[in-house]
Design a protein around this ligand. Structure first.
Ligand SMILES: NC(=O)c1ccc[n+]([C@@H]2O[C@H](COP(=O)([O-])OP(=O)(O)OC[C@H]3O[C@@H](n4cnc5c(N)ncnc54)[C@H](OP(=O)(O)O)[C@@H]3O)[C@@H](O)[C@H]2O)c1
Length: 268
C-alpha cells in the first residue's frame, strides 16, 4: 500500500470523464479533495489531466469497464491500494437507451445498462461502505435521476434502473443512520451531457429540449452530499415541479407523460 503523500481527504468519482461526473470531480478538487476517478474509455486520462491543472489535487485515474464484475473489483483494488480512507464517493457512472422495448431496443445493450447503473452501484457500495462504517465517517452520493420517480415509456429499462438506485439509496441511508456515514441521492432532470446522444435520443422531445448545466447540477449535488441530505432534486425549477408531480400523479399518467417526452420522433 502506498503511503499518503498529502493531507487532503480522498474522494472517488465514477463516470468522471464527462458530464455530471466530471463536474462533481471538479467540485471535489475545488473543495480541497484528492481524487481517484474512473470511467470506461481513454477520456478519463484527459479528465485527470484537466483536473490536475485545476490545481493542488492529486488525481489518480482508473480506466475500467464497470459493467463487469472484475472491473468493479479492479476499481476497489485501486482504492484500497491508495492506503487512504475514502472520505466521499460519488457513484455516478451510468447510461441509458431510448426506444421501444419490445420492437426496437437491443437486449444486450439493455442488460449493459442494468450492469452499469444497478449492478456496479450495488457492488461498489458493498465494497466501500464497510470501511466507512468501521471508521464512523464517510459520505456517499448516488446519481439517481428524476426519471426514478416515473415509469419511463421508451426508456423503460433506464427509468427502472434509476428507481432501483433511488430506493437502494434511501434504504441504505436509513440502515446507516447513527453510524456517521451519510448517503445522498442526486436527482438531476435533463442535463446537457453526452447522455442523450449516447442513448440515441436526439430526435425526442427531451433530447432536443432545453437542459440544465452539468456544472450547476454537480454543485447542488456536492452541496447536498456535504450537508448529508437524503436527496436533492438538482437543476431547474421545472425538475422540482416534476418531482412534486411524481408524488401526486398515478403511474399510468406518468408513463403517458414520459411517452410524450421520450417517444422517438417526438422532438422533430
Ligand atoms: N444527462 C442527464 O439528463 C441525466 C439526468 C439524470 C441522471 N443522469 C445520470 O447522471 C450520470 C452521469 O451521466 P451524464 O449525464 O453525465 O452522461 P455522460 O456525460 O455520458 O457521462 C457518463 C459517465 O459514465 C461513464 N460510464 C458509462 N458506462 C461506463 C462503464 N461501463 N464503465 C465505466 N464508466 C462508464 C462514462 O465513461 P465513458 O465515456 O468512458 O464510458 C462517463 O464518464 C448517469 O448515472 C446518468 O444516468 C443524467
Amino acid at each position: 500500500m502506498s503511503a499518503p503523500s498529502t493531507e487532503r481527504p480522498l474522494a472517488v468519482v465514477t463516470g468522471a470523464s464527462s458530464g455530471i461526473g466530471y463536474e462533481l470531480a471538479r467540485q471535489f478538487v475545488e473543495h480541497g479533495f484528492d481524487l481517484l476517478i474512473a470511467a470506461e474509455d481513454g477520456g478519463i486520462e484527459r479528465a485527470g489531466a484537466d483536473l490536475r491543472r485545476d490545481g493542488g489535487a492529486e488525481v489518480q485515474t482508473c480506466q475500467v469497464d464497470l459493467a463487469t464484475y472484475d472491473g468493479v473489483e479492479r476499481l476497489y483494488q485501486d482504492i484500497a491500494q491508495t492506503g487512504r480512507p475514502v472520505e466521499a464517493i460519488a457513484i455516478n457512472a451510468g447510461r441509458g437507451a431510448g426506444g421501444d422495448f419490445t420492437r426496437d431496443t437491443d437486449l444486450r445493450d439493455e442488460l449493459n445498462i442494468i450492469d452499469v447503473n444497478v449492478t456496479s452501484t450495488v457492488h461498489l457500495a458493498k465494497r466501500v461502505l464497510p470501511d466507512m462504517v468501521r471508521r464512523g465517517s464517510g459520505k456517499v452520493l448516488f446519481t439517481s435521476s428524476i426519471a426514478s420517480t416515473m415509469p419511463g415509456s421508451y426508456q423503460a429499462v433506464y427509468n427502472a434502473s434509476k428507481s432501483f438506485v433511488q430506493s437502494f439509496s434511501e434504504a441504505v441511508r436509513n440502515e446507516l443512520k447513527d453510524t456517521g456515514v451519510t448517503v445522498t441521492a442526486l436527482m438531476p432532470g435533463p442535463t446537457d451531457t453526452n447522455f442523450f446522444e449516447r442513448a440515441d435520443m436526439m430526435d425526442t422531445k427531451v433530447g432536443a429540449g432545453s437542459k440544465d448545466d452539468p456544472a450547476k447540477v454537480a454543485e447542488q449535488g456536492f452541496e447536498a452530499l456535504m450537508k448529508g441530505d437524503d436527496h436533492v432534486v438538482a437543476g431547474s425549477f421545472k425538475n422540482k415541479v416534476q418531482a412534486v408531480a411524481g408524488k401526486v400523479l398515478t403511474d399510468p399518467a406518468k408513463a403517458e407523460m414520459h411517452r410524450k417526452m421520450a417517444e422517438p420522433g417526438s422532438g422533430q
